[in-house]
Design a protein around this ligand. Structure first.
Ligand SMILES: Nc1ncnc2c1ncn2[C@@H]1O[C@H](COP(=O)(O)OP(=O)(O)OP(=O)(O)O)[C@@H](O)[C@H]1O
Length: 253
C-alpha cells in the first residue's frame, strides 16, 4: 500500500483499495475521489465495507484487518467523528477538559488559550450556555449535545478533512437533522472536506453532493446525488432507495 498526496484539487484519492482479514478479502479494489471542500458520501448496508474504507484513510483499521493493495492519497489534516458519541467521549472527564486537552496537546496552546478556544468551539457547534457546559460530564448532556461535543473535539485539532462514520445514526430524527445541518455549515464556513458514511441514502443526500454506493466490499455505483437518486443504475442502489421511500413522511397517515 502506498500513501501519497491526493490528486491535484483533491483532499482524498483512493485507488484500488483492498482490505483483508484472515478470513479473506473484505474490500475489493475501491476507488474514491474526494475534491477539496466537497462532501462525498459512502452508502451501503451493514457489512458492505464503508467503515473499513473510511478507517483505512485515517489508518485506524481494527486489529487483524489490513490493507492488502492499492493506494491512498491524502492532502490535509484528518479528523474523525464516530457513530456513538458516548463511546467517543471519556465519561469521567468534563466535556470542556476533553476539548481543552486536544487544544493543548495537538495545537500546543497554553491552558488559558485552550480554555478560550474550547469556549469558541462550543459556540461554533451550537452548544447552549457554553461556559456552564464546559464543566458538564458527558452523561449530563443530551445525545445531540454529546455529538456536538464530539464535533468540537474533532475541530479542536483544526482538521481540513472530516471523516464521519454514521455520526447521526444514534440520534432521533429531529436531532439528526440538526447535526447534519451543523456538519454542512461547518463544511461551508471552514472550507472543510467531508467524507460521510451512512447506511441511509436519505441522510447522505442531505449532506453530500456525490455518493458512492458499496455492496459486499465493492463500489457498485457512484455519481452525483441527483444521478444516483434520480436515475439509479445498479439494482442494489434501487433496493437502498426503496428502503428510504418506504419510510413514511412525518405526519403522514
Ligand atoms: N475487526 C474485524 N475483523 C474481521 N472482520 C471485520 C472486522 N471489522 C469488520 N469486518 C468485516 O468487514 C466487512 C466490512 O465491514 P465494515 O464495518 O466496513 O462494514 P460497514 O458497511 O461499515 O457496516 P457497519 O455499518 O455495520 O459498520 C464485514 O463483512 C465485516 O464483518
Amino acid at each position: 500500500m502506498t500513501r501519497t498526496a491526493a490528486a491535484p484539487g483533491h483532499a482524498v484519492t483512493v485507488r484500488g483499495l483492498a482490505i483483508a482479514s484472515r478470513a479473506g478479502t473484505l474490500v475489493h479494489g475501491v476507488d474514491l475521489d474526494v475534491p477539496a471542500g466537497a462532501a462525498v458520501g459512502l452508502v451501503g448496508e451493514s457489512g458492505s465495507g464503508k467503515s473499513l474504507t473510511l478507517r483505512s484513510v485515517i489508518g485506524l483499521l481494527p486489529r487483524g484487518v489490513e490493507i492488502t493493495g492499492g493506494s491512498i492519497g491524502v492532502t490535509g489534516r484528518l479528523g474523525m467523528v464516530f457513530q456513538d458519541p458516548s463511546s467517543a467521549l471519556d465519561p469521567l472527564v468534563t466535556v470542556g477538559s476533553q476539548v481543552i486537552e486536544v487544544c493543548r496537546h495537538v495545537r500546543g496552546m497554553t491552558k488559558a488559550a485552550a480554555r478560550r478556544r474550547a469556549l469558541e468551539l462550543f459556540e461554533e457547534v451550537g452548544i447552549p450556555d457554553p461556559e456552564r457546559r464546559l464543566r458538564s460530564y458527558p452523561h449530563e448532556l443530551s445525545g445531540g449535545q454529546r455529538q456536538r461535543v464530539v464535533l468540537a473535539v474533532a475541530l479542536a485539532a483544526e482538521p481540513d478533512i472530516l471523516l464521519c462514520d454514521e455520526p447521526t445514526t444514534a440520534l432521533d430524527v429531529t436531532v439528526q437533522a440538526q447535526v447534519l445541518a451543523l456538519i454542512e455549515r461547518l463544511r461551508v464556513d471552514r472550507g472543510l472536506t467531508v467524507v460521510f458514511v451512512s447506511h441511509d441514502l436519505a441522510v447522505v443526500s442531505q449532506v453530500c453532493s456525490t455518493v458512492s454506493v458499496m455492496q459486499a466490499g465493492r463500489v457498485v455505483e457512484s455519481g452525483t446525488i441527483d444521478q444516483v437518486v434520480g436515475a439509479p443504475q445498479h439494482p442494489y442502489t434501487r433496493t437502498l432507495l426503496d428502503a428510504v421511500l418506504e419510510i413514511p413522511e412525518a405526519g403522514a397517515p
